[in-house]
Write a protein that binds this ligand. Structure first.
Ligand code: DC
Length: 221
């Protein structure tokens, strides 16, 4: 099986770019952030604080999280209910970042991610795919852009989904998430030594997609 790992900070366009690029290569696109978001969503639904590790650990033993690929599109299920849309709110984003620093949460999701890559050609995006989950990936890319640029994209995305948000708040949230994702003790966000750095600041989506497709084509043996 072949694997492309795409890591980088929130809002760098990873998911949109990776989804389109996966279509190009006939690979499955796996958005691992959705798994952390689903844990956060379950934690929140059960009125558990994100720092209550004991309760979260117990919750993990009681819930079932599954990724399904329906017409090539990833959907995430929590206890057999499709929660793919509910997990996209800014509140879930913040909580996802918080629960992602818990060792037990990362361990719980690790095998799920590994299993998918064992059985499929994948383009997998996240924070630690090239460093921890798929250290032997055929191609590793670290995708980034300035926080202003990333906040603008997230702003437009949320607006198009009918959610109204404050732009300056979004910049702050993005920077806060960068900080916690990069400074957590376990599997912090960082570029793998052998990852190709791609900065999409100022690029249109189409430019970034062409660029990544080209890089992957060149590096996929
Ligand atoms: O990519 P995203 O914004 O949907 O991810 C939500 C949070 O999940 C992010 O702030 C950090 C965490 N995450 C992670 O720690 N490791 C991954 N492989 C993917 C996401």
């Amino acid at each position: 099986m072949r694997a492309v790992a795409i890591d980088g900070p929130a809002g760098a366009g990873k998911s949109t770019i990776a989804r389109r690029t996966a279509l190009e290569f006939g690979f499955i696109y796996v958005d691992t952030g959705a798994l952390y978001r689903t844990v956060a969503y379950a934690v929140s639904k059960n009125n558990i604080e994100t720092n209550d590790v004991e309760k979260i650990e117990k919750l993990l033993s009681e819930i079932k999280i599954e990724l399904k690929f329906i017409n090539g599109e990833q959907r995430v299920f929590l206890n057999d209910v499709d929660v793919s849309d509910e997990i996209r709110s800014p509140e879930v984003s913040m909580k996802a970042s918080e629960v992602s620093s818990i060792t037990q949460v990362r361990q719980y999701l690790f095998s799920l991610q590994k299993d998918i890559a064992k059985n499929n050609d994948v383009i997998m995006d996240g924070r630690d795919i090239g460093t921890v989950v798929l250290p032997n990936a055929d191609v590793k890319i670290y995708l980034t852009a300035t926080s202003q640029d990333r906040a603008k994209r997230r702003y437009d995305q949320l607006l198009s989904q009918g959610m109204s948000v404050d732009f300056d708040n979004l910049v702050k949230e993005i920077e806060q998430r960068d900080y916690s994702d990069m400074n957590r003790e376990i599997s912090p966000l960082r570029k793998a030594d052998d990852a190709i750095l791609v900065d999409t600041t100022g690029n249109t989506l189409e430019e970034s997609i062409s660029l990544l497709t080209e890089i992957i084509r060149t590096n996929l043996k």
